[in-house]
Design a binder for this molecule. Structure first.
Ligand code: SF4
Length: 365
């Protein structure tokens, strides 16, 4: 619970100060000029776990390619994934597409206004539903994101662990008491922007803060303790060995990754994963019939340097082994049915993990 010596009092004053600060200090971002729920939704999905500077060009590209929810719904999934390439978290892109389709098919192309109904759409959680309901439809629903957790925890001395399952409800309740019901859209923008620019994680600008007088953390010198967050989940290390099989005319063998692991639906090469280490030579890998056959037909493979790639809870260590094979050699091999040949220009067009894209930029066939 928040500290008893500083309950949520002066909520009007705090909200007014946040809005006043926002009107004088906010960044001019394209989606802020819009009340169109499609644009607001698109920007929120792109910006989840992405910095504004990184997300901005993606937002512009998506709006250009798909100016309406109908246009996005009608696009092939591969094309949407291709446009998303580089942002990571590809499940978000698939949900984005599924959501557009659902809005068109089940809501006649019009985003629902209700906070609860919005959450029934794919990829729309509590935060995004609150953002759409308030920014597009002026509903008094507080947004709660990382910035809001921090600002509220500091202002009210709220010590609930923000990684705990009950945290959202605690902070949502505080937000509900604080939100300006006349202008919930501006209030929500204000508190998020204040957290992003002023009450920042490591160097909050307390000396110039309009909320000094109302801030529990400032009064008790606890800015660097709040918000309370328990440690992140451990990182899993994985070791990928890709067999890059290339024909004499430069075509490469790739497949769309299946469900149940990272990068679902993105294209990569034949993969052998080992449990403990990244090998320098494929001979060190465990028996694999295709690898054995490749080594017999073409012992002169090219090994790439080691690549490493960070995902949210996984660190990948990766090496590529390039096998160039003549037509008659290829005829002796049997590939799993999901593998397809792509020319370099075709491979350019299909959605791929950034790691694969980087390798293709580095390698010469
Ligand atoms: S005084 Fe410091 S900790 Fe408190 S709201 Fe302002 S910037 Fe944040």
């Amino acid at each position: 619970m928040y500290k008893q010596d500083n309950p949520i009092k002066n909520s009007h004053l705090v909200a007014a100060k946040l809005i006043d600060w926002y009107l004088r200090n906010h960044r001019d971002l394209p989606w802020r000029q819009s009340r169109d729920p499609y644009r607001i939704w698109l920007s929120e999905i792109i910006l989840q776990q992405t910095r504004v500077q990184q997300g901005l060009p993606y937002y512009q590209r998506f709006i250009e390619a798909y100016p309406s929810v109908q246009a996005l719904a009608a696009a092939p999934e591969q094309e949407v994934l291709r446009l998303w390439q580089g942002l990571g978290y590809y499940r978000r892109a698939r949900n984005l597409h599924a959501c557009a389709r659902q809005v068109v098919e089940q809501h006649s192309g019009i985003f629902p206004q209700s906070y609860e109904v919005l959450q029934k759409l794919p990829g729309i959680g509590k935060y995004t539903a609150a953002a759409i309901a308030s920014f597009a439809f002026q509903k008094a629903v507080p947004v709660v994101d990382g910035n809001v957790y921090r600002v509220l925890a500091r202002l009210y001395g709220e010590t609930t662990d923000i990684a705990s399952p009950g945290a959202f409800k605690v902070f949502f309740n505080i937000g509900e008491q604080l939100i300006d019901r006349q202008q919930p859209d501006t209030f929500n923008q204000a508190i998020m922007e204040f957290g992003a620019l002023h009450c920042t994680p490591l160097k909050p600008l307390c000396l110039y803060c309009p909320l000094q007088q109302q801030c529990w953390a400032f009064a008790h010198s606890q800015q660097h303790v709040l918000p309370v967050k328990s440690k992140k989940a451990a990182v899993r290390f994985r070791y990928f060995h890709y067999l890059v099989i290339v024909s004499a005319d430069g075509k490469m063998l790739m497949r769309a990754r299946p469900a149940g692991d990272i990068w679902q639906g993105l294209y990569d090469f034949y993969l052998l994963e080992s449990a403990l280490t990244l090998h320098e030579e494929p001979e060190a890998l465990e028996e694999d019939p295709l690898l054995q056959e490749l080594l017999r037909l073409q012992p002169m493979y090219e090994a790439s340097p080691a690549y490493s790639h960070q995902l949210t809870h996984q660190r990948l260590h990766v090496r590529f082994f390039l096998f160039k094979l003549a037509e008659k050699q290829l005829r002796k091999l049997v590939f799993p049915p999901e593998f397809v040949w792509f020319s370099p220009s075709e491979a350019e067009q299909i959605p791929k993990p950034v790691l694969i894209q980087n390798y293709l930029k580095d390698v010469r066939f």
